[in-house]
Design a protein around this ligand. Structure first.
Ligand code: UDP
Length: 322
């Protein structure tokens, strides 16, 4: 049985689906503060908060948990700057409760949802895993601190981990069963698609004088189903005795904001008004993963192109289930 914390969230729910499709038994834990109950299509579901140590202990007593995939965390960079307390309490203190419950129950394998935000302003592109970690906001710091905690727990208690540093997750289940539904929505592709649907007046392009070919920021967009598959592979790696490791999850290919908006126009066949505005504070010009280590260690092959990412997201946004 695999415990997925935060399995009702965007990447978590796609991972639950991939685990079930790979014939794993799954128990999802979510406090539903941001997640959606309808996003968890099958398996066991427990509504609880990681703050609740008794509920955690009961969970580990009730299910024969072999390994944990830990998504449950807050993920808005801007909010982490204005409410660091909220971020450190949930992403660190509550995360420590989970690790305590695991150690208490003798569960020694964890896959952690990390982020390319651990690197801060990149010193080289593409970014390799050993790149210095200089997070520039409390969200990135919380992910970096938790990675350090995992390292210490590995040395001291033999807890083995795979820490997956996501680049830009996007897209949706191609069958349209689940997809991205954040409130508030801050991510580029859903905002552009909501504009295509007439739910927003225009897309704001944050910054057009960056030192990139078209002046807009470049990001490494990776399909959420490719990310989900990487978790299934990371689990296989840990279950077969793999050593603790930090891995980037990106495609190694970057796309600019203008390219994304233009691809959305083509796929949706809508004009999609866009306007250049001031840069968003803290946005580096380019974030692209070196990508190769996860491909080598996990034998992970991201399948989906930017067009397929946008098409699957468009399919979802036209008919969201939650
Ligand atoms: N972006 C934008 N307009 C928006 C939202 C995002 O121009 O309304 C840009 C943002 O500056 C960044 C890229 O799109 O360069 C991806 O942003 P997103 O918030 O999706 O992900 P992030 O890279 O911040 O994790």
């Amino acid at each position: 049985m695999i415990l997925v914390t935060g399995g009702a969230g965007y990447i978590g729910s796609h991972t639950v689906l991939s685990l079930l499709e790979a014939d794993h038994q799954v128990v999802t834990l979510d406090n539903l503060s941001y997640g959606h109950r309808q996003a968890v299509l099958d398996g066991h579901f427990v509504e609880a908060d990681l703050q609740n140590k008794e509920a955690l202990a009961r969970l580990f007593e009730s299910f024969p948990i072999e390994a944990v995939i830990h998504f449950a965390a807050f993920c808005y960079v801007g909010e982490s700057v204005t409410s660091p307390r909220k971020y450190f309490n949930n992403n660190l203190v509550n995360g420590l409760n989970l690790l305590d419950a695991m150690l208490q129950a003798g569960v020694d394998k964890i896959i952690f949802s990390s982020s390319c935000a651990v690197y801060g302003e990149p010193l080289e592109i593409p970014i390799p895993e050993p790149h210095p970690k200089n997070p520039i906001n409390p969200y990135g710091m919380s992910k970096h601190f938790f990675e350090n905690i995992l390292s210490s727990y590995n040395s001291a208690y033999g807890l083995r981990y795979v820490s997956l540093r996501y680049f830009n997750a996007a897209g949706a289940d191609p069958a349209g069963r689940i997809g991205e539904s954040h409130d508030p929505e801050t991510h580029l592709i859903p905002l552009v698609l909501q504009t295509a649907l007439g739910l927003r007046a225009e897309v704001k392009i944050y910054g057009s004088n960056y030192p990139t070919p078209d002046g807009t920021c470049i990001r490494d967009y990776v399909h959420v189903c490719d990310l989900a598959e990487a978790h299934v592979l990371a689990l296989k790696y840990l279950l077969s005795g793999g050593k603790s490791i930090f891995l980037n999850l990106g495609t190694g290919k970057g796309h600019s904001v203008r390219e994304v908006v233009e691809s959305c126009r083509q796929i949706c066949q809508k004009p999609i008004p866009a306007r250049d505005v001031e840069p968003r504070p803290g946005d580096p010009p380019e974030l692209v993963s070196s990508g190769g280590l996860a491909q080598q260690v996990l034998v992970w092959r991201p399948q989906y192109s930017l067009k397929e990412i946008i098409s699957s997201a468009w399919n979802w946004h036209q008919n969201p289930k939650f």
